[in-house]
Design a protein around this ligand. Structure first.
Ligand SMILES: C[S@@+](CC[C@H](N)C(=O)[O-])C[C@H]1O[C@@H](n2cnc3c(N)ncnc32)[C@H](O)[C@@H]1O
Length: 322
C-alpha cells in the first residue's frame, strides 16, 4: 500500500516549512513518545511535531485505517458509504483513506480539539482541491460532549486510547448513536491498544451492535482469555524522507493495529479470521484461526487438499478463511 500521490505532495509541502534539524528532532521525540505509549503529556506540542507526524506517523495510521475500511467493502459489498464522521481527526487521515476506499463518499465531518490540526488538515485537503469529498472541519473537545448528525460510517482512529476512560465510554455511546451503518475503532496493535478495542467491543455489544470484523462471532474474545492480544499488520511503502527521519533502511514499514467494526445490521458470518502470519512451509500451511464459535484453532492445510492448499498459500494474516 502507498499514500495517494496528492497527499504525498501535500505532506512534502507542509514539512518543507520546518527546518530539517527541528523536523528530525521532533520526529525522534514523537517516535519515542508513541513507543513509550505515554499519554499523560501531549505528544504533539509544536508545529515541528505536527509536521513530523505527517511524515512519520500519518503513513502508518493511513495504512491501518484504509485496511480497516477495506474490510467494510469485503464483508459488506455494495455498502455505498456516502458520509463519514471522524472523531479525533488530526490531519484528516481517515478522510484520505475513506476517499480512496469508498468511491461513493460524498461528505465528511471531522471533529478535532486542536485548532492547529484543523488548520493543517484543511490545508492538506485544499492542496489538491478536487479529489476529496466535501468536508466540514469542527473544533470540538470529545471530553465535553459533541454534536453530530447521522453518518453512514463513524471512525475513531488512534484517539480513543488518549481519552480518559469515562470520556472514552461516553464518546463511544454517542458515536454509536451517530453511526448510520458502521462504527470503526482503530488503535495501535499493542496490548494497551487492544485493551481499548476490547472494551469498546464489549460496550458496543451491550448496545446491540453486530460485529462486522475482525471477530467472526460475538462471544468473549478467546485471545484475551489466552492472555494474548488480537492485532494485525499492514505494510506501507516508505518515502525517502520517512527513511531519513526514522533512520531505517527498509523501503516499507509494517504498522501493527487492533480494530473493531460494529454494524447496525447483523453481519453474515462466512469464515474464520486468520489471527497470525500463516506458516507457509513446503507441502503444508499452518493457520491460526479465530472461529465463528469463538474459539482459537490451529489448522494445517496440506498439499493433498488441492483447493484448500491453493487458497492457504495465498492467505494473509487478517484475511477470512472460508
Ligand atoms: C494520534 S492522533 C490520531 C489522528 C488521526 N485520527 C490519525 O489516525 O492519524 C489523535 C488525535 O486525537 C485528537 N484528540 C485527542 N483528544 C481529543 C479530544 N478530547 N477531543 C478531540 N480530539 C482529541 C488529538 O488532537 C489528535 O489529533
Amino acid at each position: 500500500m502507498r499514500l495517494p500521490p496528492e497527499l504525498l505532495d501535500a505532506i512534502q509541502q507542509e514539512t518543507e516549512k520546518i527546518d530539517r534539524r527541528r523536523l528530525l528532532h521532533a520526529a525522534t521525540e514523537l517516535t519515542e513518545h508513541y513507543q513509550a505509549a505515554d499519554f499523560s503529556t501531549p505528544a504533539i506540542a509544536s508545529s515541528a511535531h505536527r509536521a513530523a507526524y505527517l511524515a512519520v506517523r500519518l503513513p502508518a495510521t493511513y495504512a491501518a485505517t484504509r485496511r480497516v475500511f477495506s474490510e467494510i467493502n469485503l464483508r459488506s459489498p455494495g455498502s455505498e458509504i456516502t458520509s463519514l464522521l471522524d472523531l479525533g481527526s488530526g490531519p484528516g487521515t481517515a478522510l484520505w483513506a475513506a476517499a480512496e476506499e469508498f468511491s461513493s463518499l460524498q461528505r465528511a465531518t471531522l471533529i478535532e480539539a486542536d485548532e492547529h490540526w484543523l488548520h493543517m488538515g484543511k490545508s492538506l485537503a485544499e492542496f489538491t482541491g478536487a479529489s476529496l469529498p466535501q468536508a466540514q472541519w469542527l473544533r470540538q473537545d470529545l471530553r465535553s460532549g459533541f454534536s453530530c448528525e447521522r453518518h453512514d460510517l463513524v471512525v475513531i482512529s488512534y484517539t480513543l486510547g488518549e481519552l480518559p476512560r469515562s470520556s472514552a465510554e461516553e464518546t463511544l455511546r454517542k458515536a454509536w448513536k451517530c453511526a448510520g451503518r458502521f462504527l470503526a475503532v482503530i488503535e495501535p496493535g499493542t496490548r494497551r491498544g487492544f485493551a481499548t478495542v476490547l472494551s469498546a467491543r464489549s460496550l458496543l455489544l451491550e448496545h446491540g451492535a453486530a460485529i462486522l470484523a475482525p471477530c467472526p462471532h460475538v462471544e468473549a474474545c478467546p485471545m484475551a482469555a489466552a492472555g494474548d492480544w488480537c492485532h494485525f499488520s499492514q505494510r506501507i511503502e516508505r518515502t525517502s524522507q520517512h527513511r531519513q527521519l526514522k533512520g531505517g533502511a527498509l523501503g516499507y514499514e509494517d504498522e501493527k493495529f487492533s480494530y473493531v467494526i460494529a454494524a447496525k445490521e447483523p453481519a453474515v458470518v462466512n469464515g474464520a479470521r486468520i489471527v497470525r502470519h500463516p506458516g507457509k512451509h513446503s507441502g503444508h500451511v499452518q493457520l491460526a484461526l479465530c472461529t465463528p464459535e469463538g474459539r482459537l484453532e490451529n489448522r494445517t492445510v496440506t498439499r493433498s487438499n488441492k483447493s484448500a492448499y491453493k487458497l492457504a498459500r495465498k492467505a494473509e494474516w487478517g484475511d477470512l478463511w472460508p
